[in-house]
Design a protein around this ligand. Structure first.
Ligand code: SF4
Length: 125
């Protein structure tokens, strides 16, 4: 997890659109791998979508929210906007040249590509 200037650990929350397509699987896997590597905590996007106020507040209170969407439908970003959580970091998998395909698994190479982008965004957060 990142540190702020005073040495305190930042609260970094990670969200993926976690849809059915390969690009959503990549987003989901990257959030989990970052969590298992100790670089943040994956949090439930569906809870924000459901309007669970405690979960919305948790997102608002975090130092960093990283939101990863699979494709230009921007489902996760729209959930954040509807929940009124501002200042989140964001990117989408298809912007990294990964094609959206339904019914196939993502590849490790795709996970590596998105992981590198996520770490780049977190390093600037
Ligand atoms: S952003 Fe795209 S891949 Fe992700 S849930 Fe929405 S439609 Fe599916």
């Amino acid at each position: 997890m990142a540190e702020c200037c005073c040495g305190k650990k930042k609260t970094v929350l990670l969200y993926a659109c976690s849809g059915g397509a390969n690009v959503a699987e990549v987003a989901d896997r990257v959030c989990r791998e970052l969590m298992f590597a100790g670089e943040g905590t994956m949090f439930c996007l569906a809870g924000l979508g459901a309007g669970i106020q405690g979960m919305v507040q948790t997102a608002k209170d975090a130092d960093v929210n990283l939101v990863i969407d699979g494709c230009p439908m921007d489902c996760a970003r729209k959930v954040f906007d509807q929940a009124g959580v501002k200042g989140y970091k964001y990117f989408k998998v298809t912007d990294l040249g990964i094609e959206k395909v339904k019914g196939v698994r993502c590849t490790q190479e795709q996970v590596n590509t998105v992981m590198a982008k996520a770490r780049e965004v977190l390093a600037q957060a």
